[in-house]
Design a protein around this ligand. Structure first.
Ligand SMILES: Nc1nc2c(c(=O)[nH]1)N[C@H]1C(S)=C(S)[C@@H](COP(=O)(O)O)O[C@H]1N2
Ligand SMILES: [Mo]
Length: 328
C-alpha cells in the first residue's frame, strides 16, 4: 500500500493503486499472511515469461481450432495495438492479489471444466458448458480501446461474440431490466478470497439497453488466441466505453433482474465508484484527474476520450439520464 503523499491531481491514480481500500493495519497484516500462505511454492521455478506460459496452455485449449476469428473492420483504432507481453503481464484481478503482476498466481485458475449459469428473469434458466457456449455463436475479432479508472489504457484485439446474441438466445422476460455478471469464487486456488473485507464474488451489471448495444462483447480470446487466465479466461465481458472495473473476468453466472445491482467497487467505495462508470476526461476521480491516460508498455500519455471514443455508439443510451452520476 502506498501512502498518499501528494494531492490526487499531482499524481496519477495508477501510482496510488486506487482500487485498493485504505485498510487498517490489522487487515493489512491479515492480508499479507493470507497471500504468503497461498503463494504457489514452485512459482519461481515455473518461469518468469508470461508469453511462454500462454504458449504452453494453447495446446490443451479445446477452442484453439476456432482461431483466428475474422476481424471486424467496424471498430478502427486511433492508436497502435498494445504489445501482448504488456497486456498479459499488467492486470487487475483482485481474486489473485491487489498488485499488477498477478499473472503467475492466476495460472492456478482451472478453466476446464467450466460452466456458466444463466438465471433470474428468464423463461428457462440453464447451466451451460463453456465449450458449448463458445461454439454456439460465431466468433469475431474486434480492436477496442480499454481504459482503467486508474489512468492506464491499452488497445487490443478481443475475440468474442456480441452480448446481444446471447441475450437474444436466452430471451429474458419483459420484466428484466438489468443483466449481472458474476465472477468465479474458489478460495482454494485464489488468495484474494481470504481478504474477507472484499465483497466477493466480483460482480458488475448493465442495463439491458447497454448490454444490447452492439459494442458490448462476450470475450473469450485476445490476440488471436483463447484468453490466458490472468485476462479472465475462459469468458469475460467487455463494454469499451466504460472503465475497466465494470467488466468482470472469469464469469460463472449471468443473471437477469429488475433491480439495479451494486457492483464490487461500488459496494466497497460508493463515493468513488458508481453504477454507470462511463469514461470522461472532464470528470475527475475524487483522488486524481482523468484528463489523460498512459498506454501500457509505454510512457506515452494520451488525452482521455469522452465515452472512451465510443460516443457515436453509446451517447444516445444516456439521454434523459443527466441527473445520474454517469461518469464515475
Ligand atoms: N473478477 C474480476 N474482474 C475484474 C477485475 C477483478 O479484480 N476481478 N478487475 C477489473 C479492473 S479494475 C480492470 S481495469 C480490468 C483489467 O483487465 P485486464 O487485466 O485484462 O487488463 O478487469 C476488471 N475485471
Ligand atoms: Mo481498473
Amino acid at each position: 500500500m502506498r501512502p498518499i503523499r501528494r494531492r490526487g491531481w499531482e499524481i496519477t491514480g495508477e501510482r496510488l493503486t486506487p482500487e485498493r481500500v485504505v485498510l487498517g493495519r490489522r487487515r493489512l497484516l491479515a492480508g499479507l499472511a493470507g497471500a504468503l500462505a497461498a503463494a504457489p511454492p514452485s512459482a519461481f521455478a515455473q518461469g518468469r515469461d508470461p508469453m511462454a506460459w500462454w504458449e504452453a496452455q494453447l495446446a490443451a485449449d479445446p477452442t484453439r481450432g476456432l482461431y483466428p476469428a475474422p476481424r471486424s473492420s467496424a471498430y478502427p483504432l486511433d492508436r497502435p495495438l498494445t504489445e501482448p507481453r504488456h497486456a498479459i503481464a499488467y492486470n487487475n484481478f483482485y481474486e489473485f492479489g491487489a498488485q499488477k503482476d498477478i499473472w503467475r498466481t492466476a495460472q492456478r485458475l482451472e478453466t476446464r471444466p467450466w460452466t456458466v449459469t444463466i438465471d433470474g428473469l428468464v423463461p428457462s434458466p440453464r447451466t451451460v458448458d463453456i465449450d458449448d457456449l463458445i461454439r454456439r455463436f460465431p466468433l469475431e475479432e474486434r480492436t477496442y480501446r480499454f481504459r482503467c479508472v486508474e489512468g492506464w489504457a491499452m488497445a487490443v484485439p478481443w475475440v468474442g461474440f456480441p452480448l446481444a446474441d446471447l441475450i437474444r438466445w436466452v430471451e429474458p422476460l419483459g420484466s428484466a431490466r438489468y443483466v449481472v455478471f458474476e465472477s468465479f469464487q474458489n478460495p482454494r486456488i485464489a488468495p484474494g478470497f481470504r481478504q474477507t473485507w472484499y465483497p466477493w464474488p466480483y460482480l458488475e451489471g448493465f442495463t439491458l439497453a447497454e448490454a444490447m448495444n452492439e459494442l458490448s462483447l462476450i470475450v473469450v480470446g485476445i490476440y488471436g488466441r483463447p484468453l490466458p487466465p490472468q485476462l479472465g479466461a475462459p469468458i469475460r465481458v467487455i463494454t469499451p466505453w466504460k472503465y475497466g472495473f465494470k467488466q468482470p473476468k472469469s464469469v460463472v453466472r449471468i443473471t437477469f433482474t429488475d433491480r439495479r445491482p451494486v457492483g464490487f467497487w461500488e459496494r466497497l467505495q460508493p463515493h468513488e465508484y458508481g453504477f454507470w462508470a462511463n469514461v470522461n476526461p472532464a470528470v475527475p476521480h475524487p483522488r486524481w484527474s482523468q484528463a489523460t491516460e498512459r498506454m501500457l508498455g509505454t510512457d506515452e500519455r494520451r488525452p482521455t476520450l469522452i465515452w472512451n471514443g465510443y460516443g457515436e455508439w453509446v451517447a444516445g443510451l444516456y439521454e434523459g439520464l443527466r441527473h445520474e452520476r454517469l461518469f464515475a
